[in-house]
Ligand binder design. Structure first.
Ligand SMILES: Cc1cc2nc3c(=O)[nH]c(=O)nc-3n(C[C@H](O)[C@H](O)[C@H](O)COP(=O)(O)O)c2cc1C
Length: 397
Protein backbone atom coordinates (compact mmCIF):
# COMPACT_ATOMS: atom_id res chain seq x y z
CA UNK A 1 0.00 0.00 0.00
CA UNK A 2 1.48 3.45 -0.88
CA UNK A 3 2.40 5.67 2.05
CA UNK A 4 -0.56 7.76 3.16
CA UNK A 5 -0.13 11.23 4.63
CA UNK A 6 -2.39 12.95 7.12
CA UNK A 7 -1.96 16.56 8.14
CA UNK A 8 -3.25 16.54 11.71
CA UNK A 9 -4.42 20.00 12.74
CA UNK A 10 -4.59 20.38 16.52
CA UNK A 11 -6.31 23.47 17.93
CA UNK A 12 -6.71 24.92 21.41
CA UNK A 13 -9.30 22.64 22.98
CA UNK A 14 -8.82 20.87 26.27
CA UNK A 15 -9.22 17.66 24.22
CA UNK A 16 -5.87 18.38 22.51
CA UNK A 17 -4.20 15.74 24.69
CA UNK A 18 -6.43 13.09 23.10
CA UNK A 19 -4.96 14.02 19.72
CA UNK A 20 -1.70 12.49 20.95
CA UNK A 21 -3.39 9.09 21.15
CA UNK A 22 -4.96 9.69 17.75
CA UNK A 23 -1.55 10.57 16.25
CA UNK A 24 -0.09 7.45 17.82
CA UNK A 25 -2.82 5.14 16.45
CA UNK A 26 -2.59 6.67 12.97
CA UNK A 27 1.18 6.20 13.04
CA UNK A 28 0.75 2.57 14.15
CA UNK A 29 -1.61 2.10 11.19
CA UNK A 30 1.26 3.05 8.87
CA UNK A 31 0.14 6.64 8.22
CA UNK A 32 2.67 9.50 8.05
CA UNK A 33 1.28 12.11 10.44
CA UNK A 34 2.35 15.74 9.94
CA UNK A 35 1.13 17.69 12.96
CA UNK A 36 0.23 21.37 12.74
CA UNK A 37 -0.63 23.07 16.03
CA UNK A 38 -2.25 26.41 16.68
CA UNK A 39 -0.63 28.69 19.21
CA UNK A 40 -3.45 27.92 21.68
CA UNK A 41 -2.92 24.17 21.24
CA UNK A 42 0.74 24.53 22.19
CA UNK A 43 -0.39 26.01 25.51
CA UNK A 44 -2.21 22.77 26.27
CA UNK A 45 0.11 20.04 24.85
CA UNK A 46 3.77 20.21 23.89
CA UNK A 47 4.79 19.88 20.22
CA UNK A 48 7.64 17.59 21.33
CA UNK A 49 5.05 14.97 22.31
CA UNK A 50 3.64 14.82 18.78
CA UNK A 51 7.12 14.79 17.28
CA UNK A 52 8.14 11.84 19.47
CA UNK A 53 4.94 9.94 18.72
CA UNK A 54 4.85 10.52 14.96
CA UNK A 55 8.58 10.67 14.26
CA UNK A 56 7.94 13.68 12.02
CA UNK A 57 8.47 17.43 12.44
CA UNK A 58 5.67 19.39 14.10
CA UNK A 59 4.75 22.80 12.71
CA UNK A 60 3.53 25.54 14.99
CA UNK A 61 4.25 28.72 13.08
CA UNK A 62 4.09 29.98 9.52
CA UNK A 63 7.36 31.79 9.83
CA UNK A 64 9.47 29.14 11.55
CA UNK A 65 12.74 29.06 9.59
CA UNK A 66 13.88 25.84 11.24
CA UNK A 67 11.11 23.84 9.60
CA UNK A 68 11.96 21.49 6.69
CA UNK A 69 9.26 22.75 4.32
CA UNK A 70 10.00 25.69 1.99
CA UNK A 71 6.60 27.39 1.89
CA UNK A 72 5.14 25.41 4.69
CA UNK A 73 1.40 25.81 4.31
CA UNK A 74 1.58 24.94 0.61
CA UNK A 75 3.94 21.99 1.08
CA UNK A 76 1.75 20.57 3.82
CA UNK A 77 -1.47 21.15 1.90
CA UNK A 78 -0.02 19.28 -1.08
CA UNK A 79 1.42 16.35 0.83
CA UNK A 80 -1.92 15.68 2.57
CA UNK A 81 -4.10 12.77 1.48
CA UNK A 82 -6.39 13.87 4.29
CA UNK A 83 -6.48 16.94 6.50
CA UNK A 84 -7.80 15.94 9.90
CA UNK A 85 -8.54 18.74 12.36
CA UNK A 86 -8.90 17.10 15.75
CA UNK A 87 -9.81 18.65 18.04
CA UNK A 88 -11.34 21.62 16.23
CA UNK A 89 -12.27 24.62 18.36
CA UNK A 90 -15.29 26.83 17.71
CA UNK A 91 -12.74 29.45 16.67
CA UNK A 92 -11.13 27.22 14.01
CA UNK A 93 -14.53 26.25 12.61
CA UNK A 94 -15.45 29.92 12.35
CA UNK A 95 -12.20 30.76 10.58
CA UNK A 96 -12.59 27.88 8.12
CA UNK A 97 -16.13 29.02 7.31
CA UNK A 98 -15.04 32.55 6.44
CA UNK A 99 -11.74 31.59 4.81
CA UNK A 100 -9.57 33.33 7.38
CA UNK A 101 -6.00 32.07 7.11
CA UNK A 102 -4.06 33.78 9.87
CA UNK A 103 -2.08 30.79 11.10
CA UNK A 104 -0.51 27.65 9.66
CA UNK A 105 -3.48 25.37 10.41
CA UNK A 106 -6.11 27.58 8.76
CA UNK A 107 -3.77 28.49 5.88
CA UNK A 108 -3.11 24.80 5.15
CA UNK A 109 -6.83 23.99 5.34
CA UNK A 110 -7.57 26.78 2.87
CA UNK A 111 -4.85 25.66 0.49
CA UNK A 112 -5.41 21.92 0.48
CA UNK A 113 -7.41 20.00 -2.11
CA UNK A 114 -7.42 16.90 0.11
CA UNK A 115 -10.62 15.91 1.93
CA UNK A 116 -11.03 17.62 5.30
CA UNK A 117 -12.33 15.75 8.35
CA UNK A 118 -13.17 17.74 11.47
CA UNK A 119 -13.67 16.47 15.01
CA UNK A 120 -15.07 19.41 17.00
CA UNK A 121 -14.69 19.66 20.77
CA UNK A 122 -16.13 22.40 22.92
CA UNK A 123 -18.45 23.29 25.77
CA UNK A 124 -22.12 22.54 24.97
CA UNK A 125 -23.16 26.19 24.93
CA UNK A 126 -20.39 26.98 22.42
CA UNK A 127 -21.46 24.06 20.22
CA UNK A 128 -25.14 24.97 20.38
CA UNK A 129 -24.48 28.66 19.74
CA UNK A 130 -26.18 29.76 16.51
CA UNK A 131 -22.84 30.95 15.09
CA UNK A 132 -21.17 27.54 15.55
CA UNK A 133 -24.23 25.71 14.24
CA UNK A 134 -24.31 27.93 11.14
CA UNK A 135 -20.57 27.30 10.60
CA UNK A 136 -21.12 23.57 11.00
CA UNK A 137 -23.89 23.58 8.37
CA UNK A 138 -21.86 25.73 5.96
CA UNK A 139 -18.77 23.56 6.23
CA UNK A 140 -20.83 20.38 5.72
CA UNK A 141 -22.50 21.90 2.65
CA UNK A 142 -19.01 22.49 1.19
CA UNK A 143 -18.12 18.82 1.57
CA UNK A 144 -16.18 19.00 4.82
CA UNK A 145 -16.80 15.79 6.83
CA UNK A 146 -17.44 15.73 10.55
CA UNK A 147 -17.04 13.09 13.21
CA UNK A 148 -18.83 13.97 16.42
CA UNK A 149 -19.09 15.85 18.59
CA UNK A 150 -20.36 13.24 21.00
CA UNK A 151 -22.75 13.76 23.87
CA UNK A 152 -21.23 13.10 27.27
CA UNK A 153 -19.35 14.45 30.22
CA UNK A 154 -17.37 17.59 29.41
CA UNK A 155 -14.11 18.87 30.90
CA UNK A 156 -16.09 21.85 32.22
CA UNK A 157 -18.00 19.43 34.44
CA UNK A 158 -21.29 19.59 32.54
CA UNK A 159 -22.94 16.95 30.41
CA UNK A 160 -24.11 17.52 26.85
CA UNK A 161 -23.12 17.79 23.18
CA UNK A 162 -19.62 19.01 22.37
CA UNK A 163 -17.46 16.17 23.64
CA UNK A 164 -14.58 15.11 21.40
CA UNK A 165 -15.58 11.94 19.48
CA UNK A 166 -13.79 8.78 20.57
CA UNK A 167 -10.32 8.26 19.10
CA UNK A 168 -11.60 4.88 17.89
CA UNK A 169 -14.36 6.55 15.85
CA UNK A 170 -12.15 9.30 14.45
CA UNK A 171 -9.47 6.79 13.51
CA UNK A 172 -11.95 4.51 11.71
CA UNK A 173 -13.45 7.32 9.66
CA UNK A 174 -10.03 8.78 8.84
CA UNK A 175 -8.70 5.39 7.69
CA UNK A 176 -11.87 4.86 5.64
CA UNK A 177 -11.35 8.22 3.89
CA UNK A 178 -7.70 7.40 3.26
CA UNK A 179 -8.81 4.11 1.71
CA UNK A 180 -10.94 5.82 -0.93
CA UNK A 181 -9.64 4.72 -4.31
CA UNK A 182 -8.37 1.40 -2.88
CA UNK A 183 -8.89 -1.91 -4.67
CA UNK A 184 -12.36 -2.43 -3.14
CA UNK A 185 -13.69 1.00 -4.08
CA UNK A 186 -17.24 0.81 -5.37
CA UNK A 187 -17.78 -2.67 -3.94
CA UNK A 188 -20.32 -3.50 -1.28
CA UNK A 189 -19.23 -6.13 1.23
CA UNK A 190 -21.57 -7.66 3.78
CA UNK A 191 -19.61 -9.26 6.61
CA UNK A 192 -20.95 -11.16 9.61
CA UNK A 193 -19.10 -11.56 12.88
CA UNK A 194 -19.25 -13.08 16.38
CA UNK A 195 -21.42 -15.86 17.76
CA UNK A 196 -25.18 -15.81 18.00
CA UNK A 197 -27.21 -16.27 21.17
CA UNK A 198 -30.21 -18.59 21.23
CA UNK A 199 -32.46 -17.76 24.15
CA UNK A 200 -33.68 -20.43 26.54
CA UNK A 201 -35.47 -18.02 28.88
CA UNK A 202 -35.10 -14.27 29.62
CA UNK A 203 -31.60 -14.69 31.08
CA UNK A 204 -30.16 -17.90 29.68
CA UNK A 205 -28.96 -18.67 26.18
CA UNK A 206 -26.93 -21.11 24.08
CA UNK A 207 -23.89 -19.60 22.40
CA UNK A 208 -20.27 -20.30 21.42
CA UNK A 209 -16.79 -18.90 21.99
CA UNK A 210 -16.58 -16.65 18.93
CA UNK A 211 -15.58 -13.09 19.85
CA UNK A 212 -16.02 -11.42 16.45
CA UNK A 213 -12.33 -10.48 16.12
CA UNK A 214 -11.93 -12.10 12.68
CA UNK A 215 -15.12 -10.55 11.24
CA UNK A 216 -14.26 -7.13 12.66
CA UNK A 217 -10.73 -7.35 11.23
CA UNK A 218 -12.19 -8.19 7.82
CA UNK A 219 -14.68 -5.32 8.03
CA UNK A 220 -12.00 -2.79 9.01
CA UNK A 221 -9.57 -4.00 6.37
CA UNK A 222 -12.28 -3.83 3.67
CA UNK A 223 -13.26 -0.32 4.78
CA UNK A 224 -9.62 0.79 4.59
CA UNK A 225 -9.43 -0.54 1.01
CA UNK A 226 -12.34 1.65 -0.08
CA UNK A 227 -15.25 -0.81 0.27
CA UNK A 228 -18.74 0.10 1.37
CA UNK A 229 -19.04 -2.27 4.34
CA UNK A 230 -22.06 -3.53 6.22
CA UNK A 231 -21.13 -5.45 9.35
CA UNK A 232 -23.75 -7.68 10.96
CA UNK A 233 -22.57 -8.75 14.35
CA UNK A 234 -23.73 -10.97 17.15
CA UNK A 235 -23.11 -9.85 20.75
CA UNK A 236 -19.45 -8.97 21.36
CA UNK A 237 -17.32 -6.94 23.75
CA UNK A 238 -15.55 -5.30 20.78
CA UNK A 239 -16.18 -1.62 20.07
CA UNK A 240 -18.22 -1.26 16.86
CA UNK A 241 -15.99 -0.05 14.02
CA UNK A 242 -16.74 3.38 12.55
CA UNK A 243 -16.93 4.30 8.89
CA UNK A 244 -19.38 1.51 8.05
CA UNK A 245 -22.97 0.40 8.73
CA UNK A 246 -23.17 -1.86 11.76
CA UNK A 247 -26.22 -4.03 12.50
CA UNK A 248 -26.16 -5.68 15.93
CA UNK A 249 -28.22 -8.87 16.09
CA UNK A 250 -28.65 -11.57 18.67
CA UNK A 251 -29.94 -14.86 17.31
CA UNK A 252 -29.29 -16.92 14.18
CA UNK A 253 -32.77 -16.02 12.92
CA UNK A 254 -32.08 -12.30 13.37
CA UNK A 255 -28.75 -12.66 11.60
CA UNK A 256 -30.42 -14.38 8.66
CA UNK A 257 -33.05 -11.61 8.43
CA UNK A 258 -30.35 -8.92 8.55
CA UNK A 259 -28.25 -10.62 5.85
CA UNK A 260 -31.32 -10.94 3.61
CA UNK A 261 -32.20 -7.28 4.21
CA UNK A 262 -28.85 -5.80 3.26
CA UNK A 263 -27.30 -8.17 0.76
CA UNK A 264 -29.49 -7.83 -2.35
CA UNK A 265 -27.02 -5.34 -3.91
CA UNK A 266 -23.87 -6.78 -2.28
CA UNK A 267 -20.85 -7.84 -4.33
CA UNK A 268 -19.50 -10.04 -1.55
CA UNK A 269 -20.90 -11.86 1.47
CA UNK A 270 -18.38 -13.07 4.04
CA UNK A 271 -19.87 -15.24 6.77
CA UNK A 272 -17.26 -15.02 9.53
CA UNK A 273 -19.91 -15.32 12.26
CA UNK A 274 -20.27 -18.51 14.26
CA UNK A 275 -24.00 -19.00 13.77
CA UNK A 276 -25.81 -21.48 15.99
CA UNK A 277 -26.86 -24.66 14.20
CA UNK A 278 -29.58 -25.34 16.78
CA UNK A 279 -31.96 -23.15 18.75
CA UNK A 280 -34.38 -23.98 21.58
CA UNK A 281 -37.78 -24.87 20.17
CA UNK A 282 -39.31 -22.41 22.60
CA UNK A 283 -37.97 -19.52 24.64
CA UNK A 284 -39.69 -19.50 28.05
CA UNK A 285 -41.27 -16.14 28.80
CA UNK A 286 -40.40 -16.43 32.53
CA UNK A 287 -37.15 -17.62 34.09
CA UNK A 288 -37.07 -21.41 34.30
CA UNK A 289 -36.99 -22.46 37.98
CA UNK A 290 -35.03 -25.58 38.81
CA UNK A 291 -37.55 -26.51 41.53
CA UNK A 292 -40.21 -26.68 38.83
CA UNK A 293 -38.17 -28.67 36.31
CA UNK A 294 -37.55 -32.40 36.07
CA UNK A 295 -34.20 -33.48 37.49
CA UNK A 296 -33.20 -34.73 34.01
CA UNK A 297 -34.55 -31.66 32.24
CA UNK A 298 -34.30 -31.96 28.45
CA UNK A 299 -34.18 -28.87 26.23
CA UNK A 300 -35.75 -29.58 22.82
CA UNK A 301 -33.80 -27.96 19.99
CA UNK A 302 -34.55 -27.37 16.36
CA UNK A 303 -32.20 -26.72 13.43
CA UNK A 304 -31.61 -23.11 12.42
CA UNK A 305 -31.65 -22.13 8.75
CA UNK A 306 -28.17 -22.13 7.23
CA UNK A 307 -27.48 -18.58 6.03
CA UNK A 308 -25.09 -19.40 3.19
CA UNK A 309 -27.41 -22.08 1.87
CA UNK A 310 -30.39 -19.72 2.03
CA UNK A 311 -28.85 -16.48 0.75
CA UNK A 312 -27.69 -17.02 -2.81
CA UNK A 313 -27.33 -14.72 -5.81
CA UNK A 314 -24.41 -12.68 -4.43
CA UNK A 315 -21.45 -12.72 -6.86
CA UNK A 316 -18.84 -13.80 -4.28
CA UNK A 317 -19.75 -15.81 -1.18
CA UNK A 318 -17.14 -16.73 1.40
CA UNK A 319 -17.60 -19.08 4.35
CA UNK A 320 -15.56 -20.04 7.38
CA UNK A 321 -15.17 -23.57 8.69
CA UNK A 322 -14.15 -24.01 12.31
CA UNK A 323 -13.14 -27.63 12.71
CA UNK A 324 -11.45 -29.68 15.40
CA UNK A 325 -10.75 -32.68 13.16
CA UNK A 326 -10.38 -33.51 9.45
CA UNK A 327 -10.03 -29.77 8.82
CA UNK A 328 -9.43 -29.68 5.09
CA UNK A 329 -11.80 -32.53 4.20
CA UNK A 330 -14.68 -30.99 6.17
CA UNK A 331 -14.02 -27.50 4.81
CA UNK A 332 -13.89 -28.82 1.24
CA UNK A 333 -17.22 -30.58 1.78
CA UNK A 334 -18.81 -27.33 3.05
CA UNK A 335 -17.44 -25.35 0.13
CA UNK A 336 -19.09 -27.71 -2.33
CA UNK A 337 -22.35 -28.19 -0.37
CA UNK A 338 -22.90 -24.42 -0.02
CA UNK A 339 -21.55 -23.59 -3.48
CA UNK A 340 -19.03 -21.10 -2.08
CA UNK A 341 -16.27 -19.23 -3.87
CA UNK A 342 -13.87 -19.48 -0.94
CA UNK A 343 -13.81 -21.12 2.44
CA UNK A 344 -11.43 -20.31 5.28
CA UNK A 345 -10.64 -23.39 7.35
CA UNK A 346 -9.69 -22.83 11.00
CA UNK A 347 -8.30 -25.50 13.28
CA UNK A 348 -10.06 -24.70 16.55
CA UNK A 349 -8.13 -27.26 18.57
CA UNK A 350 -5.23 -24.76 18.82
CA UNK A 351 -5.19 -22.28 21.73
CA UNK A 352 -3.09 -19.61 19.97
CA UNK A 353 -5.21 -19.46 16.84
CA UNK A 354 -8.83 -19.11 15.76
CA UNK A 355 -11.78 -18.36 18.04
CA UNK A 356 -11.04 -15.69 20.62
CA UNK A 357 -7.32 -15.43 19.79
CA UNK A 358 -5.71 -12.33 18.24
CA UNK A 359 -3.93 -14.44 15.66
CA UNK A 360 -5.07 -17.00 13.18
CA UNK A 361 -3.49 -19.79 11.20
CA UNK A 362 -5.79 -21.01 8.49
CA UNK A 363 -6.13 -22.49 5.03
CA UNK A 364 -8.07 -20.81 2.24
CA UNK A 365 -9.71 -23.22 -0.20
CA UNK A 366 -11.26 -22.28 -3.53
CA UNK A 367 -13.62 -23.81 -6.07
CA UNK A 368 -10.78 -25.11 -8.21
CA UNK A 369 -9.70 -27.31 -5.33
CA UNK A 370 -6.62 -25.20 -4.70
CA UNK A 371 -5.57 -24.33 -1.18
CA UNK A 372 -3.37 -21.64 0.36
CA UNK A 373 -2.00 -22.12 3.87
CA UNK A 374 -1.62 -18.93 5.85
CA UNK A 375 0.87 -19.25 8.72
CA UNK A 376 0.04 -17.89 12.19
CA UNK A 377 -0.37 -14.11 11.84
CA UNK A 378 -2.51 -11.30 13.32
CA UNK A 379 -6.15 -11.47 12.25
CA UNK A 380 -5.83 -8.13 10.46
CA UNK A 381 -3.13 -9.64 8.21
CA UNK A 382 -5.26 -12.75 7.64
CA UNK A 383 -8.09 -10.39 6.66
CA UNK A 384 -5.86 -8.61 4.12
CA UNK A 385 -4.84 -11.95 2.56
CA UNK A 386 -8.46 -13.10 2.30
CA UNK A 387 -9.42 -9.74 0.75
CA UNK A 388 -6.56 -10.10 -1.78
CA UNK A 389 -8.21 -13.34 -2.91
CA UNK A 390 -11.63 -11.70 -3.06
CA UNK A 391 -10.29 -8.77 -5.12
CA UNK A 392 -8.80 -11.26 -7.60
CA UNK A 393 -12.14 -13.09 -7.83
CA UNK A 394 -14.04 -9.81 -8.34
CA UNK A 395 -11.63 -8.79 -11.08
CA UNK A 396 -12.25 -12.10 -12.88
CA UNK A 397 -16.05 -11.93 -12.49
C1 LIG B 1 -8.01 25.33 29.21
C2 LIG B 1 -8.76 25.79 28.00
C3 LIG B 1 -9.56 24.89 27.32
C4 LIG B 1 -10.26 25.27 26.19
N1 LIG B 1 -11.04 24.34 25.55
C5 LIG B 1 -11.72 24.71 24.45
C6 LIG B 1 -12.50 23.75 23.75
O1 LIG B 1 -12.60 22.59 24.15
N2 LIG B 1 -13.14 24.13 22.64
C7 LIG B 1 -13.05 25.41 22.16
O2 LIG B 1 -13.67 25.69 21.13
N3 LIG B 1 -12.31 26.33 22.80
C8 LIG B 1 -11.65 26.01 23.92
N4 LIG B 1 -10.89 26.95 24.57
C9 LIG B 1 -10.81 28.29 24.03
C10 LIG B 1 -9.82 28.34 22.88
O3 LIG B 1 -8.54 27.91 23.33
C11 LIG B 1 -9.76 29.77 22.32
O4 LIG B 1 -10.96 30.05 21.63
C12 LIG B 1 -8.58 29.94 21.40
O5 LIG B 1 -8.60 31.25 20.86
C13 LIG B 1 -8.62 28.95 20.26
O6 LIG B 1 -7.55 29.15 19.41
P1 LIG B 1 -7.32 28.18 18.16
O7 LIG B 1 -8.65 27.96 17.56
O8 LIG B 1 -6.42 28.97 17.25
O9 LIG B 1 -6.67 26.97 18.65
C14 LIG B 1 -10.18 26.61 25.72
C15 LIG B 1 -9.37 27.50 26.40
C16 LIG B 1 -8.68 27.10 27.53
C17 LIG B 1 -7.83 28.12 28.26
Amino acid sequence: MPERHVVLGVSGSIAAYKAVDLASKLTQAGVAVHTVMTEAATQLVGPATFRAITGLPVSTSMFDLTNPYSIEHISLSEVADLMLIAPATANVMAKLTTGIADDLLTCTALATRAPILIAPAMHTAMWENAATQANFETLKSRGVRFVGPAVGRLASGGFGAGRFASVHDILGIALGLLGAGGDLTGRKLVITAAGTRESIDPIRFLSNRSTGKMGFALAEAARDRGANVTLITGPTFLEPPSGMSVFPVESAAEMLDAVKLVSSDADVLIMAAAVADYTPEMCASEKLKKEELDIDFVLPLSRTEDILTTVTGIPIRVGFAAESQHLIKNAQRKLVAKNLDLIVANDISRKDSGMGADDNECTVLDRKGESESLPLMPKREVAERILDRIVALLDQA
